[in-house]
Write a protein that binds this ligand. Structure first.
Ligand SMILES: [Zn+2]
Length: 98
């Protein structure tokens, strides 16, 4: 490999590191805020973030009304009509989601 080809080989690496630095800088405050809240952060590709609150894992469709919020014409007593319940991470118990 001569000097020119060595230099050409380094350019993509430099650009990649530069883009990674810009990416980190652009999302620094959002990533910090997500970390403070305990959210999950995924980086599917450069300049893209997905933030997710893991508490969504605890919300489920109401097993009584199947998420409809109604049983016939009555409001579902289990979910109070919102169709969602909180699940107990240590068991099968459900509570009304507010
Ligand atoms: Zn329900």
């Amino acid at each position: 490999m001569n000097k020119r080809s060595t230099r050409q080989a380094r350019v993509p690496g430099i650009i990649t590191r530069l883009l990674a630095a810009v990416d980190r800088r652009a999302f620094r405050s959002d990533d910090a805020r997500a970390a403070d809240r305990g959210w999950q952060v995924s980086r599917p590709r450069r300049f893209t973030r997905r933030y997710r609150d893991p508490r969504w894992d605890l919300v489920a469709q109401c097993p009584i009304c199947a998420g409809e919020g109604l049983i016939g014409a009555r409001t579902c007593p289990m979910c109070d009509g919102n169709g969602r319940v909180w699940t107990d991470p240590h068991g099968d118990e459900h509570e009304r989601a507010s």
